[in-house]
Design a protein. Sequence first.
Lengths: 299, 632
Amino acid sequence: MEPTRESQSTPHRPPVDRPTLLRLLAVAAVAAGIGIVIGFLIPWFPPAAATQAHTIDTLYYVLIVATVPIFVLVTTVVLFSAWRWRMRRGEERLDGPPIHGNSQLEVIWTAVPSALIAALVVYAAIVLHDIGVKQPGEIAIGVTGQQFEWTFSYPKYDDAQGKPIVAYALYLPINRPVVFEIHSVDVIHTFYVPAFRLQEDAVPGITTSFRATPDRLGSYPIICNQLCGYGHSTMRATLHIVTAAAFSTWLAEHGYSPSTQTAAVQTGGAATRQTAAVSDWTRYAPLTGAQTASKEGTQ
Amino acid sequence: MIARLRAPGLHRGILATPLGIALAYAIVLPIRAASGYHPVLDGTAILQVAMITSPFAFLIGLGAFDYWFYWAIGRPTRPEDHSSHGARSWKDYFRVNTDHKVIGVQYVVHSFLYFMIGGLFAMLMRVQLAQPGGKFVDANTYNGLFSVHATILIFLFVIPVFAGLANFVLPLMIGAPDMAFPRLNALSFWLLPIAGLMLLASFFAPGGSFASGWTAYAPLSTTAPIGQVFFTIGVQFAGASSIATALNFLVTIITMRAPGMSFFRMPLLVWANFSTSLLVVIATPFIAASQFFVLLDRALGFNFFSAGHGGDVLMYQHVFWFYSHPAVYIMMLPGFGIISEVIAVKARKPIFGYRMMAFSLLAIVVLGFTVWAHHMFTSGMPAWIRDPMMITTAIIAVPTGVKIFSWLATLWRGVLHMDTAMLWAMGFITMFTLGGISGVMLAMVPFDLHVSKTYFIVAHIHYVLFGGSVFTIFAGVYYWFPKMTGRMYDERLGRWHFWTTLVFFNITFAPMHLIGIQGMPRRVADYSTQFATWNLIISLASFALGLSTLIFVYNMVVSWRGGPRAVANPWRGMTLEWQVSSPPPIFNFDSLPTIVGGPYEYGVPGAVHAVFRDGAEVPAPAAGSLAMATRE
């Protein structure tokens, strides 16, 4: 009790001495290191099944490295203050030192985060550009959302009637770049493939798109990620990434008829269709009742 | 009896409400008959008109417009005799009252009522999600629960509770006897119960409550059952309340500061509410517009948002987020102000970098208007917009970071009084930092492409709005409770409330980051079994989080009824609200204060923030900040 009163001959709390400050920084650095290690050990992501997914995962781990130390620093200072500067008995009437600011410090904590953020933004912009680059040999896949199911169409692969193959599960050949042309016939849905780390809204009236290059065999969930009504949580489909051979078999089973394709090319129809493929979204229209009936009728 | 029913008040308001409904019939039936619609009597059409007419009938009955009506038709207005100022019994809180302190209490209590309701809805949702395949409610009810949960916690809790706290303390802080427009102030409050009841009443609508989320994206909202209109119109009343209050704050702050209170002598809470009010006045009309579009689409077939008829689906989102992104700052800046007050007083130090704190608020106001499309990175908008929005979104972290670091520097070498309000403030700094960090991550478009609309977003907004806003609200309520009620709260229960909330808040929301990145979408009534374990943990923790709030409610109710009497200045604060009695006198100041220094000059020998005109009130300048404390 008495010593405390003695020490108050100086009216305010003394500044932190250099060794204490260094120890504090050391503790913060160790804690940040542990935080980053934990950040790397947690199994954050579902399996990655596209080249784009790996790039995005890397971005996330860079973000962990960049941001965990900031949280640790803030928390360390809060905990240190609570421990070191807590009001003790006999200090009820004591005030802190009247420090109103420190321009140097304020410039530092404006400039350093700005630089960090600028670096992250540049990196993220590069990643964003890279994952959207058109790859050679790309095939277009139509994706149509409607309450509450997904329909996929393959405008590159026509059946015997010259209509694109339509399916309720998405089959993609491995290592073949695809561009999804996404539509909706009613309300907004989101075509979300967690294994690709990519999603885009299906918006009535416009075509939206994103690119992906599948690089891992297997089956993965496709999720509607925009609230679309009472059936929203059941609006799921499955993505199957298969080998090129299996994809050809699947196409054949679904009525792909290469001969009509060839015929179309010979008559010059292919050129028309290729230009139409991106702009004319009616080609991706989902199965209407009539189409379904006629399709079943042919089988 | 008749005279009593004719007098303005709740009786007359409730009696007038059916007249509003009758007016809706009188408007709709002739129009439908003349236009040849069949059937002429259409419940949906009448309901939509009645939702606009009956609230106005209620407000007119309540007497909210009496003065203006008398003035408009040239009848002698009843001079304000201030008989309605102050509250002598609990009944006075149920009347139209023009006293900013009564209105402040009305706001805060009303908001916490909706806090409890919104929290209850959250727990009902967590019952449904406790295990996959939950059968507690059907999917449509579930969609309604989270839509109403978000809507009432945003529009009926966070926004108005800040308006309420500021209503009480802001005029006191700047040395004003009341707000600039007391009648408008009363009207602003009474719009809120209308909005709240309307949102809750939607559960009784045919087809269930509105279930398109608080975002109400078109065309889901324009094609939804009639329950949606309860959102569309209810939000208009909450928004009107918000705009009127913001105008009131702006005029009060600009014109009613005590002599000597320059802008840079204002407490940061005043700065924060000045900034917030700028945001509200500029941004809130946009959500009003978005909902008028929806209403016109639904009621009159305007086709603003029908793709096949020249409508533009994405336009809804742009207009909506042009308000709703600034709205997150409307829900955060007043909290920044509260934290600055609490930390300066409880650390016994001046706020570090006061001017930078004020400028960073203004920077957030300006930048807040440039980032709205970051909610739309996956919406299908033109891809080029992503880059500028990513840049502005990341930049806004800088002024926010300046505030965090300045608070930390204020703590440094202070004498920390670690009581309940301070615990909430320090808890806020850490939790809000986490929310800010996940915000910076989400600004990085490629990462957002993966986690947008997943539970990662749910985690982020709850770290920002619960760990952020709600923590500051609790800090503010504990801090000003003695001033507002004249009673002290139970410190021990306050600490229990803080620690239980902090622990269960984190157990509830931290795992959501993980399941979000693993690909669990939000707004789903059912989910894949791979997320079962975490969801069970989250549900259990959320129930405990809900229970922790009961400690708060018990503490507040019991302390208000029978807590120890509070002295005028229990925290030895320098700002003006602590220089008057607890609770303050009816007209706030018995003599006009003159401001002679900054608001946070703790530790400066002889520093005084304000002196009072009559000589006896001038504090002895000898003992630094203790000078003000001697007035207790």
